[in-house]
Design a protein around this ligand. Structure first.
Ligand code: P6P
Length: 334
């Protein structure tokens, strides 16, 4: 059995420009994940579920656990000094860490502290997503917006915590994807999924088909392909949609499959946020042999223009995403 702490120490020479700071940063995320695990797993027992009464910048009712998770990850990251600021789905603007210790921090972190939180009250899995960049602005100065608006291919690390039937932390520093399962009796994350590789083909598609009539023609054609019987290609595929991105992504990563959240008439830019949902999972998908696309190009090549911008999103098994891209290209040329 290898713990996450042992793994971080053992592999820190793999980390870009390894100086031990990224290791310490990952340890801060590990701590916050344990604290959130504890609260999420007793959410039904204490009055911590339900709306916190506020509305976030997305116009979504904030769940108390959203706010709790945001505060815990923010506090854990600020306490270590490696991070000069964070951006979060739950924060209107980026947050500068003011202490002298943090002002000189080498990294910024972007996160969705509790994705899928509308599922909390019905006991469905939720997740934390995080993305780590080296700052661009001068060390010793406050973090700047430019530090947060970097394309996804500049990430130095990314990962997620899925609070499901067990709690797992899955991350990459650019040297493959590894998964750690939390053992609450010991209070440690143990290496359980080493060097995760996602199958090039899968038989699972994840999409909210309730939006069918608002989908672009290319997506409608892809759904028709998924549903057509064809023994040679193991179709019809299976529809699996939890409504919690981290859970759908995690299952598809391990088993093969594709998650689709296209643009629709009501959401022309799609629903998912580029910086703290799409880019971190894209880093993981590519490290595991998969693909993440906006339908026309690589998610991690998009040059961001705002913190909370959205993008159409197709991620998972490479051959499945490539098929969607081919349909989009075909219809673009029609
Ligand atoms: P819809 C949760 O709000 C989320 O951001 C993802 O976790 C999830 O995959 C998606 O939105 C669900 O959106 O429109 O299908 O309810």
């Amino acid at each position: 059995m290898k713990t996450l702490g042992e793994f971080i120490v053992e592999h820190q020479h793999d980390f870009p420009h390894a100086t031990g700071e990224l290791s310490s940063l990952l340890s801060a995320i590990r701590l916050a994940a344990k604290v959130c695990h504890r609260e999420i797993n007793k959410a039904g027992l204490v009055d911590i579920t339900g709306a916190a009464g506020d509305v976030n910048i997305q116009g979504e009712a904030q769940q108390k656990l959203d706010v709790y998770a945001n505060n815990k990850f923010k506090a854990a990251l600020e306490a270590r000094g490696e991070v000069c600021g964070i951006a979060s789905e739950e924060e209107d603007n980026f947050v500068i860490f003011e202490s002298d210790l943090s002002r000189d921090g080498k990294y910024v972190v972007l996160m969705d502290p509790l994705d899928g939180s509308s599922n909390i009250d019905v006991n469905v899995s939720v997740g934390t997503i995080f993305s780590i960049y080296k700052r661009i602005s001068e060390r010793g100065q406050p973090a700047q917006l430019e530090d947060f608006l970097q394309p996804g291919h500049k990430q130095v690390a990314a990962g997620y915590v899925v609070y499901g039937s067990s709690t797992m932390l899955v991350f990459t520093t650019g040297n493959g994807v590894n998964g750690f399962t939390y053992d609450p009796s010991l209070g440690v994350f143990c290496l359980s999924h080493q060097k995760i590789k996602t199958p090039a083909d899968g038989q699972i598609y994840s999409i909210n088909e309730g939006n069918y009539h608002k989908f672009p023609q290319s997506v409608k054609q892809y759904l028709k392909y998924c549903q057509e019987p064809d023994d040679a290609t193991n179709r019809p595929y299976t529809a699996r949609y939890i409504g919690s991105l981290v859970s759908d992504f995690h299952r598809n990563l391990l088993k093969g499959g594709i998650y689709l959240y296209p643009s629709t008439a009501s959401n022309p830019e799609g629903k998912l946020r580029l910086l703290y949902e799409c880019n971190p999972l894209a880093f993981l998908a590519e490290q595991a042999g998969g693909i993440a696309s906006d339908g026309r190009g690589r998610i991690m090549d998009i040059e961001p223009t705002s913190l909370h911008q959205r993008t159409p999103y197709f991620i998972g098994s490479s051959n499945m995403v490539k098929r969607v891209e081919a349909l989009v290209a075909e219809l673009d040329q029609a």
